[in-house]
Ligand binder design. Structure first.
Ligand SMILES: *Cc1c(COP(=O)(O)O)cnc(C)c1O
Length: 367
């Protein structure tokens, strides 16, 4: 029986095993484990690609967000506006800095609804954190103009956004800083955790470079910091993977097009938007809205098709014990009754996409 896992972790390695073994051997033989040429090269590549001045390799995107808020000078009690459809990492970066997350409802795409931001702004609001979800960048004009009007700093959670653009501008480059994640299942994923901060601000960047390495510069401690360095070995693997990043994006877009082709006439499923004059989408995830979501998920599982409801099935305000359930977010609640992520990665074949689509159609025929 055919099997389509949601993500194929072994294949991340096995698909380029020879190359990765060579890289491991070459880097380890040099003893180049911490902050060596490979990370410098990777930081340059990402900075160039995103057309920003600085990229700072860190341990993961959660650290990247936490550091970005800390270094930008967040104070206790500062309010940060963000969507509820995001990973806990986004509000936890605020909480870790004694800030207050203020959650905003989503629009039909599942992204922060820019029209609902202004009513949440108070004297205490200091930041907006848009989340560039699923490989799509938010409509940024309104967010930027609100930030200007109320003197708010934009820090983007673009952990899922690498390569996606809005009006030709890369995710992560719209405010003071953006972050990326190199978690294995991310669009550019390594064999473990990894992350990055990007920025055009020289002073901010200099502090990030120091902060991730114990506040040091040339071994002199110039400020308090922490250890949050992207492993040099991971950077070496990522340098190799980044060479084919355009192909990676292209393939994901092909898979998305195939899903669209097969499922366009199925009225029980709402497919993610695909490009337009402003957006370039990279499909970090292929998140659909479906009727009878839980039954469909179960039916697909019986047919060996792996699907995931993002964040374990809950938006931030729906995790009772995180204490943010006082936010009233009807659109997000509705979204989380219907959302489901279909397999979307480099390791699924055109046949797999067809099989998944056929099974979805079959489910609704018999439902
Ligand atoms: C993956 C992810 C993160 C966290 O990234 P890590 O590198 O795992 O810390 C943060 N925000 C979003 C939206 C993510 O998808």
């Amino acid at each position: 029986m055919k099997k389509v896992p949601f993500f194929n972790y072994p294949e991340l390695y096995n698909s380029n095993k020879e190359e990765f073994l060579k890289i491991f051997d070459e880097v380890a033989s040099r003893g180049a484990y911490i902050l060596q040429n490979d990370i410098v090269e990777f930081e340059k590549s990402i900075a160039n690609y995103c057309n920003v001045k600085h990229a700072i390799g860190v341990a993961n995107a959660t650290d990247a967000l936490e550091m970005a808020f800390h270094i930008s000078g967040i104070k206790e009690g500062d309010e940060v506006i963000l969507p509820s459809h995001t990973m806990t990492a986004s509000p936890s970066a605020v909480i870790a800095n004694k800030g207050i997350p203020i959650l905003v409802d989503c629009n039909e795409e599942g992204m922060i609804n820019p029209d609902l931001i202004e009513e949440k702004i108070t004297q205490k609001t200091k930041y907006i954190m848009p989340v560039q979800l699923n490989g799509r960048t938010c409509k940024m004009e309104k967010i930027i103009s609100l930030a200007e009007k109320y003197h708010l700093t934009i820090i983007e959670d673009s952990a899922q956004g690498l390569g996606s653009t809005y009006r030709g501008k890369q995710a992560g480059t719209f405010g003071l800083a953006g972050v990326f994640s190199f978690y294995p299942a991310k669009i550019l994923g390594t064999f473990g955790d990894g992350g990055m901060i990007i920025t055009n601000d020289d002073t901010f960047a200099e502090k990030c470079f120091k902060f991730r390495d114990h506040g040091r510069s040339n071994l002199d401690c110039e400020m308090w910091g922490r250890n949050s360095r992207l492993h040099n070995l991971h950077a070496a693997f990522l340098n190799f993977q980044f060479k084919s990043f355009n192909k990676t994006i292209q393939r994901r877009r092909e898979v998305a097009k195939l899903y669209h082709k097969y499922l366009v006439d199925e009225s029980n499923i709402k497919l993610p938007l695909f490009d337009d004059d402003n957006h370039f989408d990279t499909f970090q995830n292929f998140e659909v809205l479906v009727n009878k979501r839980d039954q469909l998920k179960e039916f697909l599982a019986i047919n060996n098709i792996g699907t995931i409801i993002q964040w374990g099935g809950k938006a931030i305000h729906q995790f009772e014990r995180l204490g943010l359930n006082h936010f009233d977010l009807p659109q997000t609640d509705k979204y989380f009754e219907n959302c489901l992520m279909l397999p979307m990665n480099l390791f699924i074949s055109n046949d797999d996409v067809k099989y998944v689509s056929q099974k979805i159609i079959e489910f609704y025929k018999n439902a």
